[in-house]
Ligand binder design. Structure first.
Ligand code: NAP
Length: 248
């Protein structure tokens, strides 16, 4: 096991990609704080599954867009577990709007939940990383390289996540902290449940791996980035897309 007794915080750990990340970190021996917003039953069921598999986890509620809620949930996690070694900023929302329909609320909401949350969580959590350092893994999207019509603001909010990843890696490197991101393509979760089948088939056809992603495909890469094995990688956004995206 790669992460025995590491304290890991996973935002959006109640469902989808975050739930798979929480389970896989725990399977590697990490003690996992599963942060959710409102899906208490789902968060509890992730915690239960981890415990039944012999792991340690606990659920914590917070709106990651709210800086004071983030400070108080990090205080609760540190009061419970003593420190933080791994922070996974996975919580996010998708909302599609084409050019003429974009308004200030849309922009504010997507940037608050997808981008400002990463800043709030890092500012609250990093002071509790041990002197030896730690790992931050953020969740971006492959759309930052090639936004589809209707996804410009979502992609911009995630591009900002990738830029924060790169910038903060430089500022935190001397503390022994690496900061990286994963950039998934379409992945099978609640977020993509309503995607029209024609779109899904088009993604499958364009993906060399011949399918859309599963949460576990992303979670395995996050576990690697959370482990000592990724020590020489920082500031990067890794495409986790089955080969779909031609990045520039
Ligand atoms: N699925 C994809 O195709 C795909 C592709 C690329 C990138 N991503 C990114 O991957 C991440 C996970 O996506 P997913 O598909 O697993 O999403 P999902 O199934 O919709 O789950 C979203 C998770 O984020 C949490 N969350 C949302 N807003 C929050 C807030 N304000 N405060 C705290 N938690 C909040 C939710 O908590 P509750 O359960 O409490 O609501 C839930 O745990 C997101 O950042 C998404 O943008 C997804």
């Amino acid at each position: 096991m790669k992460l025995v007794n590491r304290i890991a915080v996973v935002t959006g750990g109640s469902r989808g990609i975050g739930a798979a990340i929480a389970r896989k970190l725990a399977a590697e021996g990490a003690i996992v704080a599963v942060v959710y917003q409102s899906g208490v039953d789902q968060a509890q069921s992730v915690v239960r599954a981890i415990r039944e598999a012999g792991g340690v986890a606990e659920a914590f509620a917070a709106d990651v867009a709210d800086a004071s809620a983030v400070r108080s949930v990090i205080a609760s996690i540190v009061a419970r577990f003593g420190r933080i070694d791994i922070l996974v900023n996975n919580a996010g929302i998708f909302e599609g709007r084409t050019f003429a329909d974009i308004d200030a609320d849309h922009v504010t909401r997507l940037f608050a939940v997808n981008m400002s949350s990463v800043l709030h969580m890092m500012q609250a959590a990093v002071p509790h990383f041990p002197p030896t350092g730690g790992r931050v893994v953020n969740v971006s999207t492959n759309l930052i390289y090639s936004p589809r019509p209707g996804t410009a603001i979502y992609a911009a909010s995630k591009a900002a996540v990738s830029v924060l990843t790169n910038g903060f890696a430089k500022e935190l490197g001397a503390r022994g902290i690496t900061v990286n991101a994963v950039a998934p393509s379409m992945t099978s979760t609640d977020m993509t449940a309503a995607t029209p089948d024609a779109r899904r088939q088009a993604v499958i056809a364009a993906t060399p791996a011949g399918r859309i992603g599963e949460p576990e495909d992303i979670a395995d890469v996050v576990v690697f980035l959370a482990s000592d094995e990724s020590r020489w990688i920082t500031g990067r956004t890794l495409l986790t897309d089955g080969g779909l995206t031609d990045s520039l």
